[in-house]
Write a protein that binds this ligand. Structure first.
Ligand SMILES: [Zn+2]
Ligand SMILES: [Zn+2]
Length: 156
């Protein structure tokens, strides 16, 4: 826990405009420029750097699901450089697991409910099927709100 608070302290010195609030989950809230974090979580420091990267990269909204995935990738790339800077151990499994969650989510919502062809997104909340022309609505996803984070605890 100690390393977590010292990490937050360091991040605050470079970005005093960002608030850090302890919570259940890791989340970047662009509207009130707040990062929620859970110091008890496995890989907490790395996840904190990921949320911090969303804030540094100024991630707000997106129009297409693919943009959301691009933002998640970008945030992890930035987190990798921060991990080096602040001597936080970088775990690529966590990153891949996180990105896979998004890819699976995108795949699932882009399948046409009528004929299971791969649809394309027409608006933030709508997909259309190129085969049967069926349209369907999808929920808006928040940055980082989908996560599986069943971080592999090494069995030793
Ligand atoms: Zn269809
Ligand atoms: Zn994220």
């Amino acid at each position: 826990m100690r390393s977590m608070s010292s990490l937050i302290h360091k991040l605050k010195t470079t970005h005093p405009d960002i608030a850090f609030v302890q919570g259940e989950e890791f989340l970047w809230s662009p509207s009130n420029r707040t990062i929620f974090y859970n110091p008890e979580a496995p890989q907490a420091s790395l996840l904190l750097l990921h949320e911090f990267s969303h804030s540094v990269l100024d991630h707000h909204t997106y129009n297409r699901d693919v943009e959301l995935i691009a933002m998640e990738s970008a945030a992890w790339e930035h987190a990798a450089t921060l991990a080096e800077k602040y001597a936080v151990r970088f775990n690529d499994d966590v990153v891949q697991d996180h990105l896979d969650t998004y890819r699976e989510w995108l795949h699932a919502r882009s399948l046409c409910p009528e004929c299971t062809a791969n649809g394309y997104q027409t608006t933030t909340n709508t997909y259309q099927c190129p085969a049967c022309l069926h349209q369907w609505r999808v929920n808006e996803a928040r940055i980082c709100a989908l996560r599986r984070y069943k971080v592999q605890t090494p069995t030793r």
